[in-house]
Design a binder for this molecule. Structure first.
Ligand code: SF4
Ligand code: SF4
Length: 189
């Protein structure tokens, strides 16, 4: 079953399949997405600048040319299981960081199995709306990130990975999101 948690640019999609993921206990967290410029700006705009600086200093978030890579760790899901590589933030009961500290993709991505899953073979009424929300979020976030990639490249000092740079990304994210392109995903009421 698909469940949509509408909240504009912070919209989340949930699937009941994820708790029994066919890919294994860590699900798609074996391949964490990068925090791209837009994700970093979103996290800053939600009060996460200090957390980002801490995580960069701790080596859990690694500066790369497109933003920040999430460190991968090799762990067993249980004693009998082989060690597998997965996101540093994946714990025994799933993601250990709140939605406002994750890449937007972590919040809205669902695989095709999740969209198709319904034990009784009937169409899930939320599946169509989920796919539309997923497609819109991918398109808008992708475009915002291309714009921010150009803006970062245009800074003479480049990405300095200090508080001032993160604040600038936060302000850029707020500028992009204020145009209301994701108003169709606004929370009801
Ligand atoms: S989205 Fe798909 S691959 Fe990812 S955890 Fe859910 S069921 Fe597994
Ligand atoms: S941040 Fe959380 S949801 Fe995203 S890949 Fe890592 S553990 Fe998974």
């Amino acid at each position: 079953m698909i469940r949509l948690e509408l909240s504009g640019e912070h919209t989340r999609l949930h699937s009941s399949l994820c708790s029994q993921c066919p890919q294994g206990p860590a699900g798609c967290c074996v391949s964490p997405p990068e925090l791209d410029w837009t994700d970093i700006g979103r996290i800053v705009s939600l009060g996460g600048r200090g957390w980002l600086l801490e995580q960069i200093a701790a080596g859990n978030l690694l500066p790369v040319s497109r933003g920040l890579e999430l460190r991968r760790v090799r762990r067993r899901e249980d004693r009998a299981a082989p060690r597998r590589s997965k996101c540093v933030y994946h714990g025994p009961r799933g993601c250990t960081v709140p939605a406002e500290r994750r890449a937007a993709t972590c919040n809205y991505f669902l695989c095709e199995d999740a969209f198709a899953e319904r034990a009784d073979g009937q169409a899930d009424p939320a599946s169509g709306a989920g796919r539309r929300a997923h497609a819109l979020l991918r398109e808008v976030y992708g475009r915002w990130d291309r714009e921010l990639t150009g803006a970062v490249a245009g800074r003479p000092e480049g990405p300095s990975w200090d508080a001032a740079f993160l604040d600038w990304l936060g302000a850029e994210f707020e500028r992009l999101s204020s145009a209301g392109e994701l108003a169709a995903l606004a929370a009801p009421g």
